[in-house]
Design a protein around this ligand. Sequence first.
Ligand code: ADP
Ligand code: MG
Length: 191
Amino acid sequence: MRLTLAKTCRMWRAARRRLSSAPSPCTYEGAPSQRTLLALKPDTVQRGLIGALLGRFEQRGFKVVALKMLQPSRELAESHYEEHRGKAFYERACTFIASGPLVAAVLEGRGVIGATRAMIGGTEPLECAPGTIRFDFGAHWRRNLVHGSDSETAAAREIPLWFRPEELCQWEHCASSWVYELPTARTRFDE
Ligand code: ADP
Ligand code: MG
């Protein structure tokens, strides 16, 4: 095919139109992208499972937009589990997450809050389905490896507890149009 200058300009303008009408990379089929707080608790760190567990979320296609290892203070642990204050297990849960270094992350993606909770499994590892993190790696409810926000409200409350705004990175995943049907994808189907 012979490309004239006019034809090239037309193609370039069409490509630009397609790109400018694309929803923000944080929107999937009109649904806004979500963010969730993931905490790889001290048992994950001590057992050398950080990479294995974080890798599961990366493999799923979720984007890590913030990541750090820290030793949580008692105050941070108590704020994190604020919703459980007054319950019998509150003190123990706080003591456990403040008992050693922990890896905190923010994951971003389509439906990431529910998907992350499903991947983690319920509180008691022995009652979790095979394939969940807590079933595959855990055997006790107080050593259940990972925390994930359980709702949009919880994520909105928890993320700022662990990360300052400038610690959240905005970046484009090079595989995003293969994980999602973004407007820039080679194939997509209008429904
Ligand atoms: P999840 O982590 O599954 O969202 P919860 O938010 O209910 O669970 O509880 C927070 C954490 O407190 C749990 O992950 C677990 O480690 C601990 N926990 C929950 N229930 C109990 C309990 N009955 N006794 C002791 N520890 C508990
Ligand atoms: Mg919870």
